[in-house]
Design a protein around this ligand. Structure first.
Ligand SMILES: [Zn+2]
Length: 445
């Protein structure tokens, strides 16, 4: 049916559209093997903020090295001639974004603990429990020097979970690395039963460090692994959001100004006490099993992000106490829930919602048919934007839609399409209107 799969080969050969912005900045979704989707986005090396932290390459981390290799292959082919110059730039940018080490050797007069942070947690999308790197997690090195004075350093893990925690001089003593499920100013995962506590764990202390000691793998203990899993999903939206600011909205420019998203979770939270965005509490609340589903975490992030982009406004939603991808609800419910579903699907590169227990509900009914209800059904309102945003669709990517939300808050899909898209300079006729027809939505007349 209308399932859109973009094999990476295809992407690098020709489906790339030059973004309107002079900043090369794009998102690709792809499929590798039987079930590995990936999102890749990047910007050129010259960025206004810390490169290692914000250049984005993001896929399922297990696919990261594979994607880098594909980038190298494409670069080689591009050099042989036929591929567009822009693709060459794209591949080169991808490669630079794939750099897996922090990019410098520890100086000889430094004392360092190095390693890679990983977490192991059930993943509803793949139905497996892989060991994955923890990207963009905060690490803190704590130790004492020869005089017994405290020394410390802090930083972020790279996208492959690696870190080099160094202090000048040495040797240092009783050194530990603490890793927290936090990217300062951007997100933090806190304990529902003590929300002042960010989930974290520490390495065993090393009695004396002189030069570099490689701790190799630092695995999150089982009771905190869910926090790192949730943070990993959050990081995927962060990588895909496509902005020149470290914040979640373009109207905030520096890390100090950013409003971090707070995700509240504990493995003991019962199923009926989490799984939502809490606008009053200004946080996302997850039940114990919820981090298993990347779709669930990203869906709630979609709600929270909407609130951020709308500047604190949110549509008045009715008839949404219970809502389903495949059942009619109301215009406001289908719009807000469908948009959140679309955010998750866009980031993950699919067209479905996956529950924490692995249950999959596709956005389409099958056989080329939509779910009944047109624009009052969540699945239809989730699927349609994916076609508008598609790289070969009328919008090319979702960037202009995110900008639209800053200026033109929408109460339902009809308003978004017929009023707010034209107001933002996006098409609401022709190809764009025709793309809605398969979802039982006809706004042409
Ligand atoms: Zn929702």
């Amino acid at each position: 049916m209308r399932k859109r799969i973009f094999p990476l080969v295809f992407i690098f050969r020709g489906s790339f559209r030059k973004p309107a912005s002079p900043t090369l900045n794009a998102i690709f979704s792809g499929k590798i093997g039987s079930q590995t989707e990936a999102i890749v986005c990047w910007r050129p090396a010259a960025t206004p903020f810390e490169k290692d932290r914000y250049d984005c390459f993001h896929g399922r981390p297990s696919a990261a090295s594979y994607l880098c290799e594909r980038g190298q292959q494409r670069t080689a082919q591009a050099r042989r001639g036929t591929t567009a110059a822009l693709s060459l730039i794209a591949s080169a940018a991808l490669l630079s974004g794939c750099a897996s080490s922090p990019g410098h050797e520890p100086a000889s007069d430094q004392s360092c603990l190095t390693g890679t942070v990983v977490y192991e947690h059930y993943d509803a999308e793949s139905g497996s429990t892989p060991s994955l790197p923890a990207p963009s997690a905060t690490w803190t090195l704590s130790a004492v020097d020869g005089d017994g004075a405290a020394v410390s350093a802090t930083g972020s893990t790279a996208l492959d979970g690696s870190f080099e925690a160094c202090v000048d001089g040495g040797p240092i003593y009783n050194a530990t690395v603490t890793v927290s499920a936090e990217n300062e100013g951007v997100w933090r995962v806190v304990d529902t039963y003590d929300e002042s506590t960010v989930f974290a764990f520490s390495s065993e202390p090393v009695a004396e460090v002189s030069g570099v000691i490689d701790l190799e793998t630092l695995a999150a203990p089982d009771d905190v692994a869910g926090a790192f899993k949730a943070a990993d999903s959050v990081s995927r939206l962060y990588a895909a959001r496509g902005m020149d600011t470290p914040c979640w909205t373009p109207n905030l420019a520096t890390l100090a100004e950013c409003r971090p998203v707070v995700v509240s979770w504990n493995s003991e939270v019962p199923e009926n006490e989490g799984g939502w965005w809490d606008p009053e509490g200004d946080k996302i609340v997850l039940a114990g099993a919820d981090p298993s589903s990347q779709h669930l975490v990203l869906h709630e992030m979609g709600h929270w992000w909407s609130g951020e982009l709308y500047g604190g406004w949110f549509p008045e939603v009715t008839g949404c106490e219970q809502h389903f991808v495949d059942h009619p609800s109301t215009p406001s419910c289908a719009w807000t829930e469908g948009f959140a579903d679309a955010v998750a699907a866009w980031v993950l590169g699919d067209r479905a919602y996956v529950l924490a227990d692995g249950t999959v509900t596709p956005f389409e009914a099958g056989e080329g048919l939509p779910w009944e209800g047109g624009d009052i059904t969540q699945g239809n309102v989730a699927a349609a934007p994916l076609d508008l945003w598609a790289f070969d669709g009328p919008d090319g990517t979702w960037g202009a839609n995110i900008s639209l939300m800053l200026e033109h808050p929408s109460s339902d899909f009809r308003e978004y399409f017929l009023e707010d898209r034209p107001a933002a300079g996006l098409s609401a006729t022709g190809e764009a209107a025709d793309l809605l027809l398969p979802y039982g939505i006809d706004y042409r007349g």
